[in-house]
Design a protein. Structure first.
Length: 317
């Protein structure tokens, strides 16, 4: 039944005939349940998930735009791929202890989801589960979870054994114990404007900050020796703050990303080149594109603009 009820956002009543031997709508749940497996395969904005359901199938609430809140009963062990994808009005979801798996993209595009609690029972989390959840500001994993954690109130999900941050939000503060930023970890994280990568991190995965449209500043330490493909693609106004000669500087040069030597010129504040009144007039100019200008440094004379290969340099007073 995949996509059969796609975008039926006004649907509020689902009833399966009592004589149907394959599917049912037990307990007036306003959903379609596969009777043999107890899997909920289609829901709507009025669905109340029965306690007897054991799994929410992939795409079950796909683009159920007017679904505002839902409780996941304790007997459910899995939330499938894209199960709540596109539920843009969903603000509250209560995941009870008992759920073991969260499929990839399960909350993709839940634009009004503000907080999420991951119970101790969850032992498998797919990729991009909060992609384009632009209002999400609070992520917490139960302290009793043995596989994942949200150490130091970081507002992120970390794989405990690998110290890999696998999912963040716009409020994430990366702990010093994290060693890797996982693939797709911040993909589509609108509202994330700046972030500091701690010196414990050595690797930033593919697509980690892809389409972080509001990201203008990222500090990358010398410890990072690997940055994946498309990691900062669609971060149109990004400046990387790194040290001269670092892998991050090399990466910025190769990918035509603005960069600043943080050791010499510091991290951006309201008085640094990122907000310099003269520079702001020039950043959108096609001149910088054609000259290959990607490095902006603040000094007492103004802002020095340098090309990636350092063959061109001039001062904006």
């Amino acid at each position: 039944m995949e996509y059969n009820y796609y975008d039926c956002y006004n649907l509020q009543t689902i009833v399966v005939d009592q004589n149907n031997t394959v599917y049912d709508s037990r307990d007036d749940c306003n959903a379609i349940i596969e009777s043999k497996s107890n899997n909920l395969i289609v829901g709507c904005k009025s669905t109340i998930i029965p306690n007897s359901v054991t799994n929410i199938e992939e795409y079950a609430f796909y683009y159920c735009r007017e679904l505002c809140s839902i409780d996941i009963p304790k007997n459910i062990f899995g939330i499938g791929y894209s199960a709540f994808d596109g539920c843009e009005c969903l603000e509250n979801i209560n995941i009870t202890n008992g759920v073991k798996t969260l499929g990839s993209n399960c909350f993709y595009g839940c634009a009004n989801l503000k907080s999420i609690e991951i119970p101790s029972s969850v032992n498998s989390i797919g990729t991009e589960i909060f992609r384009y959840c632009e209002c999400l500001i609070f992520i917490n994993v139960s302290k009793d979870n043995s596989v994942y954690d949200s150490r130091e109130n970081c507002n992120a999900i970390i794989n405990t054994q690998d110290n890999e941050l696998i999912q963040g939000c716009k409020n994430t503060k990366i702990p010093n114990s994290v060693t890797s930023i996982g693939k797709n970890a911040f993909w589509g994280c609108y509202g994330l404007t700046s972030i500091e990568i701690p010196s414990s991190v050595t690797n930033i995965g593919d697509y980690a900050f892809y389409d972080c449209d509001d990201l203008t500043s990222i500090e990358i330490p010398n410890s990072v020796t690997s940055i994946g493909d498309w990691t900062f693609d669609k971060c149109y106004d990004l400046t990387i703050y790194c040290e001269s000669g670092s892998y991050a500087e090399e990466y910025a040069r190769e990918h035509n990303i603005n960069y600043v030597d943080k050791k010499l010129y510091g991290i951006p504040t309201s008085t640094t080149c990122q907000h310099h009144p003269a520079l702001s007039r020039y950043l959108s100019s096609p001149t910088f594109y054609f000259l290959g200008i990607h490095n902006f440094l603040l000094n007492e004379k103004g802002v020095t603009a340098k090309s990636v290969n350092a063959e061109r340099s001039f001062v904006i007073p």
